[in-house]
Write a protein that binds this ligand. Structure first.
Ligand SMILES: *Cc1c(COP(=O)(O)O)cnc(C)c1O
Length: 230
């Protein structure tokens, strides 16, 4: 099965990038981005050992999560969070990578079930300026984190970004390095921040070079997407 072979190959690439860039072996988690993919495709990846899956569209994700009934899967929400979807997201997901507004954080806090572990949160940073509307400016990170401290049902884990795509390794690395430096500085006061969610199929190596702890890979696992929403 192609998905299984692709997963093997990506694990090998992650492992060799960890070596090449002096990262600890096993320090980079592979998040399989399963937006637009079927329940069968997800199950194929699951049966090959994949446990972390990322989804962008709430309704699509909830239908698949219900159909899969797979308690061993860790679900990550990585799309823009609409305020009318916060209740579903807080109930169905273990992580949200794309928090960039206090209003959204408050709604996630209020909807996170009491009996569930705190919801893991990454703050989305906009490092490509006006090209993307999502994410806070990088120099607003400290004050945003301070504001998030009021939310006891959320656990701030680190930073996430999706820079403007480029094929140039040095440019990819330069964008990610801003986040790497920011997280290191934050870590002085806040050693609990352990997550850098950066890197897609296109720029995974640059992301690992710059400290990625989660790479979000879709196409390289499942093949090209047939349609692109948004
Ligand atoms: C779709 C998506 C990815 C995966 O991109 P691929 O190029 O398919 O690897 C990663 N991160 C986010 C936020 C995405 O929306």
């Amino acid at each position: 099965m192609k998905i299984t072979a692709n997963l093997d190959q990506i694990h090998n690439e992650i492992s060799s990038a960890e070596k090449q860039f002096q990262r600890k072996q096993g320090s980079v988690c592979l998040l399989a981005v399963s937006k637009t993919r079927t329940v069968d495709e997800i199950m194929t990846a699951f049966n090959s050992g994949q446990r972390h899956f990322g989804e962008n569209y709430c309704q699509e994700a909830v239908e698949k999560i219900d159909a899969l009934k797979q308690p061993d899967i860790v679900w990550h929400f990585i799309g823009p969070v609409q305020s009318n979807k916060t209740s579903l997201i807080a109930r169905y997901f273990d992580w949200v990578h794309t928090v960039d507004r206090i209003k959204i954080a408050r709604r996630l806090e209020e909807s996170r079930p009491e009996n569930a572990a705190p919801l893991n949160i990454c703050i989305q940073i906009n490092i490509s300026g006006e090209e993307s509307k999502s994410g806070i400016a990088i120099d607003e990170t400290e004050s945003f984190i301070n504001e998030l401290e009021q939310f006891k049902r959320l656990k701030v884990r680190g930073l996430m970004a999706l820079p403007a795509p480029t094929d140039n390794f040095d440019k990819q690395r330069a964008a990610f390095s801003q986040l790497n430096n920011k997280l290191r500085r934050l870590n002085k006061a806040n050693p609990d921040l352990d997550t850098l969610s950066i890197g897609t199929s296109q720029d995974m190596h640059a992301a690992i070079a710059e400290g990625a702890t989660i790479v979000r890979i879709g196409t390289a696992i499942f093949g090209p997407r047939n349609y692109v929403k948004q």
